[in-house]
Design a protein around this ligand. Structure first.
Ligand SMILES: Cc1cc2nc3c(=O)[nH]c(=O)nc-3n(C[C@H](O)[C@H](O)[C@H](O)COP(=O)(O)OP(=O)(O)OC[C@H]3O[C@@H](n4cnc5c(N)ncnc54)[C@H](O)[C@@H]3O)c2cc1C
Length: 474
């Protein structure tokens, strides 16, 4: 027997993860009665048919997937061919979700390979188990579960402690209920591994133009100085906060990048040089932060051998750009100068190699509305391209994963078997409902992340309280 190495859409829920349980007997009777009354007295408002209840699909436990020796063959009659621009978290996740459902796709990434650029920072995946199982990933090998969060003042006074270790010492919490810390590249690799065996990834392809034609969309790429074109039926921009698809899509960008008045400096430090700094905060199960009402340090496990830190403070945009451009040594010096704080913070900063330090001004954009897409035809956006947010609530990657799954599921639902997708109005039936749900879901996260950028650099962070600062994960 072949060992299953891939996944296919669950036939019982058609990859949706949920099944229609229909209406309860009572709801049916109530509706029937209301309908009879309406038929007798048609001047009354017509009763609205209640929506059926959905239940988690018992066959796939809600993932929408079943193990299979190989993924299904792409079905070019049933589904449109997707061009996915951007092989970051959201684009790769969409490619994986398409693969499992037999939706044909090509994934275009401007980097020449997976490791072409240092992309070193860690992510916290909230409710991580649920977030990744829809992509056929049962366990994030390099993921670390934290059990304790502590907030301090710069002299080390504890302002609050929370998390499983404090509240839940009696239960054996499973990863289902927890946040997982993982290097962004490890999550990306876990997704890319699902795509091994396909020839649908085009590295070194930078999109620089597209136009709608009678037969679909013509894409134009720069491949190391050469121009090349390709065709697709549906185009999805998953190309990050400075999205080219978005810039090409909206003749006039409705919501330019909005500076959030602070800079964030990141570093990754190996634990081995810190062996003599035996400190309870370095047990790789603790997330801690230290703040003075202006500057803030946040540290979390990065992988089993490293810790990641994120230092942030308010700074004028021009100064933040200038410091960022001065490079890693200047960024490190700036953090050292500002963090003569409790152990092990100075020790960690000193031990962090400059090569693993980066720093950026923090931006988001005001919220798009579904109406902005009305005349976009078969072109859409997801992840940071659609709704960039500050990193202070740790929600950007989480939302990009949810977007990807939602779009693949919508395509599966609306493109019926034995019917050509050409009979489906892609914008009306698939993209508008997808964008409406995505923008509605992510709006609270964008707003909360912008608020956290203010709160975490204010006196509010100094309140004594056993709970997250800035109203969320961090
Ligand atoms: C410091 C920091 C900490 C964070 N912490 C968290 C966290 O804890 N939890 C969390 O959920 N999120 C976190 N985030 C946010 C998260 O990283 C992003 O929201 C997420 O990566 C967005 O995914 P994406 O696919 O939309 O974009 P990206 O991951 O940015 O990917 C975009 C891809 O598109 C490619 N691309 C760009 N232009 C083109 C083009 N023209 N043609 C082809 N390819 C192109 C890029 O090379 C890139 O690979 C953090 C972000 C930062 C900066």
């Amino acid at each position: 027997m072949n060992t299953p190495t891939s996944h296919t859409a669950c036939p019982d829920c058609h990859g949706l993860g949920k099944q229609n349980r229909g209406l309860s007997k009572r709801a049916k009777q109530r509706y029937q009665k209301a309908l009879e009354v309406y038929q007798r007295f048609p001047d009354n408002p017509k009763p609205v048919k209640p929506k059926a209840h959905l239940q988690v699909c018992p066959s796939c436990s809600g993932s929408g997937l079943l193990p299979a020796p190989q993924p299904p063959k792409p079905d070019t009659t049933r589904f449109p061919h997707l061009a996915i621009i951007g092989g970051g978290i959201g684009g790769t996740a969409l490619a994986v979700a398409c693969l499992h459902r037999g939706i044909p796709f090509t994934l275009y990434e401007r980097d020449t390979d997976f490791a072409a650029r240092a992309q070193g920072y860690g992510l916290t995946l909230q409710q991580a188990h649920t977030a990744v199982k829809g992509f056929g990933i049962d366990r994030l090998e390099q993921g670390i579960v934290s059990t304790r969060h502590i907030a301090h003042t710069p002299d080390g006074t504890v302002l609050g402690e929370w998390g499983m270790r404090k509240w839940d010492t009696q239960t054996n919490a499973t990863p289902k209920r927890t946040n997982i810390h993982i290097a962004r590249q490890n999550l990306r690799l876990a997704l890319l591994n699902q795509l091994s065996g396909t020839d649908a990834i085009r590295w070194g392809h930078q999109l620089n133009g597209f136009k709608q034609t009678e037969t679909g969309i013509e894409l134009q790429f720069d491949i190391q100085g050469n121009t090349s074109t390709a065709q697709a039926d549906l185009l999805v921009g998953a190309d990050g906060i400075r999205s080219s698809v978005r810039a090409l899509l909206f003749e006039q960008e409705p919501y330019p990048l909005r500076y959030l008045d602070c800079i964030v400096i990141l570093g990754i430090c190996a634990l081995s040089p810190l062996k003599n700094t035996a400190h309870e905060l370095l047990d790789q199960k603790t997330v801690f932060q230290t703040a003075n009402g202006n500057e803030r340090m946040y540290m979390m496990p990065y992988d089993p051998e490293h810790i990641m830190w994120q230092f942030s403070y308010p700074l004028a945009e021009a100064e933040a750009k200038s410091l960022s451009a001065q490079g890693a040594e200047a960024l490190k010096k700036e953090v050292q100068k500002r963090t003569d704080w409790h152990a092990p913070i100075p020790q960690i900063i000193n031990a962090t190699p400059a090569a693993l330090i980066s720093g950026y001004p923090v931006y988001d954009r005001a919220l798009l509305t579904p109406q902005a897409f009305t005349s976009c035809g078969p072109v859409s956006l997801l992840g940071d391209a659609a709704h960039p947010m500050s990193p202070f609530k740790g929600q950007g990657a989480n939302q990009a994963l949810l977007d990807a799954l939602a779009l693949a599921r919508r395509i599966t639902k609306m493109c019926k078997p034995d019917t050509s997708w050409k009979q489906t109005n892609l914008r009306k039936k698939i993209l508008t409902p997808f964008e409406t749900e995505m923008l509605d879901r992510s709006a609270t996260k964008v707003k909360a992340s912008a608020r956290a950028a203010r709160v975490l650099h204010s006196d509010q962070v100094l309140q004594e309280r056993d709970g997250p600062r800035g109203g969320g994960k961090q």
